[in-house]
Ligand binder design. Sequence first.
Ligand code: SF4
Length: 179
Amino acid sequence: MKQEENISLGGLKTGEGGIIISKLDDLLNWSRLSSLWPVGFGLACCAIEFMSTASSAYDLDRFGVIPRNSPRQADVMIVSGTVTFKMADRVKRLYEQMADPKYVISMGSCANCGGPYWEHGYHVLKGVDRVIPVDVYVPGCPPRPEALIGGFLKLQEKIRTESIMRPKALEKLMKKDAV
Ligand code: SF4
């Protein structure tokens, strides 16, 4: 294969003789963003849209997104629904049980900011980012499956720029120390 016919695979380059040359960062990021495994849980009506997104009509599997039943096997948390004060603790515990690097998608107005319960919902957390860090916010009440897929594409873009020299967990720790 000639040099000008090289194929680009998300930052990886295949060259003559089947040799692949890439940065370690690109290789790790490519493998991470191609196999995002969300925790299979939901909190309210938005979870129905999450389930639809995983159905054959929308086929999340084609992005390598496969829901897992254990937080220990997952690297993405989709907060799909209303986070009540009672559930906030559980959501935080699930997040802490996930291994690093891990990511959070806040799906829908309730998880983003309290949604319809913003003003009078005495029992609702006004945004899940008050208990866990959020990487991508998906707006809507509820967001359609296409919007959640858009959220995953956004997350993939974010992961593509990560570096092992700046691990996310270390960055978070340093931010905490700086406060
Ligand atoms: S954002 Fe709307 S659809 Fe989603 S959980 Fe809240 S009320 Fe239900």
